[in-house]
Write a protein that binds this ligand. Structure first.
Ligand code: PEP
Ligand code: MG
Length: 876
């Protein structure tokens, strides 16, 4: 019989896949002899089974849960529903990868009115007992029965108003008892049944709710953003409650062993006396700093500090911990490797190496490549910032600069963003339902909440700027306005946030690109030592190429030559070429284009200083380039000496039903060989000129032919290239060498790669088109149905962002195998969008590519991901 349930004492940290992160760490802390309220973990496999069984917990799992309740009762000496010593538990989710705030938790489970009476009498603290009960009814109703929090919150607010108090803690035992009664009535009205009194029934329902929460919309979005497979499932941890709300000698808090925003090696955290965990995280009351615990309870503080050190040394990483003090006794409820900003991640990794705790390899392996993105995000222009005066200052919850128009709801943030507006989401506090709106925002500003509030934690994870806890704001969410520093702000007004200082500015402050130095450089240098995969860039302009070099690109993997014509009046000559109707006209247009291209290529070679440059021949889906505006059509007509009508007829003739599968790529050269001739001349002349000026560089142009599906197409184009190039080289008396290769972006090319390799000296996977054509999904239109695919669990990710390793990946592997069988020295890269996606980079390493090529700002991400792939490989 499978084992579905483990006592904490039966597990350890290596069992993360089965017990989830929280369960494995609770077990590990138990093994370390730390004060952990005991309990058990229902495995992630049980969650998967729950879904396989049609969202039912089967009899075998149920009976193992019941057995473990008995074991837990023995260990704790308490019993569910007992008249002497009743057991109360928390029920919490815990997936393999931490997903803070995404799934559900139920506290104080096991209560009914009789148990409340027992606890009141036993503790002499009826206020606490009733507080637990009203919290339980509220959480159970919300999480398990999905009644919705707001009804209960309204009742609490009403009660506080009636009693003339502002804080929950000022409500008396009688008030709370009264509230519990009102809550149960609310429950009955909404559900049509009495609130359950049997603790075992409560528990089973709560476990189901946690399993179910694995599939809630916010968890699904979080998983997609963080590459967490749906198939992993969540574990459920059932743990004896420790009570932080037993009075002024009790409390609860969260702490990090190092600062998660900056990485500084200093204990950071917050706590609230007489409170339960959700009070700290929800940010409803403003917590105290962890240092203040030293004054409040010196012994507990010392013990806690000792434990934090022990945990960090044990896990050899910054820890994020939850604790509760129950009547002066400290309990550890959780530890995990803490989420951190990119800056903090780099600093912590370097510090741990310097402290001799981890190796350079481990430092490289512990950084999430996707996080680096935030380092490359804009900051405020320093000069403009100096002149700006902050309207207020609150908590610097997540770094970066944000400037946008104020919106007050997550829905508005999404809708405005979809219209192309930059927005800043301003809320009293955020909750997990707001995640999509937060993603759509440049920045987030909250009135309530500390550094560990939902807004702060989630924004840091997303790399979105966040300023939290700005209590100076007088908020009127209902009327979409607020007052700050004497000014009334409305929806649509501009505001700027500095997530690194916590400053809030009225109006707009310009932003600039971030500077990269210090620890970033150290980590990147280590990464470069370990990786075997080269990282090139997709750059179409000399400016992009320069930026990419600064970010560590080792070559250009793709220069889309058609993109060199987007700017200024360059498009004119390009359109003349497209809209020519004789060879002579086309050649005249190409004559104009030749020097422009040659000049650009020279600048590219200079920027790359002898590193490889792959230039791809024109591949313009014509619909992107033909003029549509009357004014542009007229301009073109004048340039060509034609009538507007004649141009319109040509444009009409160029229209295609499916331009992405139309007259583009090598097909253009087959119909118009003069285009390939011109581009060859431009590439070869540029290379010869730069070689002459810089004999110290080895310049060997890589000429790449797009959209090949048949070797004869390649041979046809290659013959033109070779003839033209050789003539140029001979005429210049040069010894320049060059290569001709192809993109593999049509399934037929992959299937016949052995044939293609007879002509191609290199392959580069164009996985944008290869994905489009393998799935038969239009890359321009897939967005219309992908959401439905996610909802139906057909896809977990966008295959245009994260490589489909099963299908497209199989074609890639096949191409390499076939290609190298024909030509062992064939070099192979990738230049589709996937070249900058960490999991796709890992795949490229595994299948033996020579390089990945990605947009300049993703180069550091690819370098790190490539190093991590190599490290992982060497460990296996
Ligand atoms: C590709 O198809 O993956 C590619 C890099 O080319 P493009 O995106 O220009 O079609
Ligand atoms: Mg392509």
């Amino acid at each position: 019989m499978a084992k579905w349930v483990y006592l904490f004492s039966e597990g350890n940290a290596t069992m993360r896949n089965l017990l989830g992160g929280k369960g494995a760490n609770l077990a590990e802390m138990t093994n370390l002899g730390l004060p952990v309220p005991q309990g058990f973990t229902i495995t992630t496999e049980a969650c998967t089974q729950y879904y396989e069984d049609g969202r039912q917990i089967n009899d075998e799992i149920q009976s193992q849960i019941m057995e473990h309740i008995e074991k837990m009762e023995e260990i704790t000496g308490k019993k569910f529903g007992d008249k002497e010593n009743p057991l109360l538990v928390s029920v919490r989710s815990g997936a393999r990868a931490s997903m803070p705030g995404m799934m559900d938790t139920i506290l104080n489970l096991g209560l009914n009115e009789e148990v409340v009476d027992v606890l009141s009498a036993k503790s002499g603290n009826p206020r606490w007992a009733w507080d637990c009960y009203r919290r339980f009814i509220q959480m159970f109703s919300d999480v398990v029965m999905e009644v919705g929090k707001k009804y209960f919150e309204e009742l609490i607010d009403k009660m506080k108003a009636e009693k003339g108090v502002t804080q929950d803690v000022d409500l008396t035992a009688e008030d709370l008892k009264d509230l519990a009664g009102q809550f149960k009535a609310e429950y009955k009205e909404k559900i049509g049944a009495d609130f359950p009194t049997d603790p075992k029934e409560q528990l089973m329902e709560a476990i189901k709710a946690v399993f179910r929460s694995w599939d809630n919309p916010r968890a699904n979005v979080y998983r997609r953003d963080n590459d967490i497979p749906y198939s992993w499932g969540t574990a459920v941890n059932v743990q004896m409650m420790a009570f932080g709300n037993m009075g002024e000698t009790s409390g609860t808090g969260v702490a990090f062993t190092r600062d998660p925003a900056t990485g500084e090696n200093k204990l950071m955290g917050e706590f609230l006396m007489n409170a339960q965990g959700e009070d700290v995280v929800a940010g409803v009351r403003t917590p105290q700093k962890i240092d203040q615990l030293r004054e409040v309870m010196p012994e507990v503080y010392e013990q806690f500090v000792g434990i934090t050190k022990k945990l960090e040394d044990h896990y050899r990483d910054m820890q994020d911990m939850e604790f509760t003090i129950e009547d002066k006794h400290l309990y550890m409820l959780q530890t995990r490797n803490g989420k951190r900003t990119a800056q903090a991640a780099l600093k912590i990794a370097c510090d741990l190496v310097d402290e001799g705790k981890i190796s350079e390899q481990e430092a490289v392996a512990m950084i999430d490549p996707r996080n680096l993105d935030t380092l490359l995000h804009p900051q405020f222009d320093a000069k403009a910032l100096k002149e700006a005066k902050a309207a207020a200052k609150a908590l610097a919850a997540s770094p970066g600069a944000a400037c946008g128009k104020i919106v007050f709801t997550a829905e508005d943030a999404k809708a405005w963003n979809a219209k192309g507006e930059k927005v800043v989401l301003v809320r009293l506090e955020t909750s997990p339902e707001d995640i999509e709106g937060m993603k759509a925002s440049q920045g987030i500003l909250t009135v309530r909440g500390g550094m560990t509030s939902h807004a702060a934690v989630v924004a840091r994870g997303m790399g979105t700027c966040c300023v939290s806890g700005c209590s100076e704001i007088a908020m009127d969410e209902a009327n979409k306005k607020f007052t700050l520093a004497g000014k009334e702000y409305h929806e649509g007004d501009w505001i700027s946030l500095d997530g690194s200082t916590g400053n809030i500015y009225d109006g707009q402050i310009p932003t600039v690109d971030a500077a990269i130095a210090g620890e970033f450089g150290r980590i990147m240098a280590w990464a470069d030592k370990f990786r075997t995969l080269k990282v090139r860039t997709n750059a179409d302009t000399p400016a992009d190429a320069k930026k990419a070099r600064e970010l560590g690109a080792e070559g250009i993997g793709l220069c889309r030559t058609e993109h060199m014509f987007f700017e200024g009046d360059r498009i004119d000559a390009f359109r003349e070429m497209i809209c020519s109707d004789t060879v002579e006209e086309r050649e005249a247009a190409l004559e104009k284009i030749l020097p422009v291209q040659q000049g650009d290529f020279e600048k590219l070679y200079e920027a790359l200083e002898g590193n490889p440059v792959t230039i791809r021949f024109l591949d313009p889906p014509l619909h992107e380039f033909v003029p549509t505006e009357e004014e542009d059509i007229k301009k073109l007509a004048d340039a060509q000496g034609k009538t507007v009508e004649a141009i319109k007829t040509i444009i009409e003739g160029l229209k295609e039903f499916n331009p992405m599968m139309g007259h583009r790529g090598c097909r253009l050269t087959v119909t118009y060989p003069e285009i390939a001739k011109m581009q060859t001349k431009a590439i070869i002349r540029a290379a010869i000129n730069v070689s002459k000026a810089h004999p110290e560089w080895t310049i060997k142009p890589e000429i790449m032919i797009p959209l090949i599906g048949e070797v004869k197409e390649l041979k046809y184009v290659k013959d033109i290239v070779v003839k033209t190039a050789d003539a140029e080289i001979k005429a210049a008396g040069s010894a320049l060498e060059y290569e001709v290769g192809t993109m593999i972006e049509i399934p037929r090319a992959a299937l016949t790669a052995d044939e293609i390799a007879k002509e191609a000296e290199f392959f580069c996977f164009g996985t944008n088109d290869l994905t489009q054509m393998t799935y038969g999904f239009s890359r321009d239109d897939a967005g219309k149905f992908l959401d439905a695919y996610y909802d139906a669990k057909i896809f977990e990710n966008d295959p245009f962002a994260k490589l489909d390793q099963t299908g497209v990946g199989k074609l890639m592997e096949m191409s390499i195998k076939l290609g190298k069988a024909t030509r062992p020295e064939l070099h192979v890269g990738i230049c589709g969008e996937h070249g900058g996606d960490p999991s796709s980079v890992e795949f490229c390493h595994k299948i033996g590519l020579d390089y990945v090529s990605c947009s300049p700002f993703r180069v550091p991400i690819a370098r790190l991901a490539a190093a991590q792939a190599a490290i992982k490989d060497s460990r296996n």
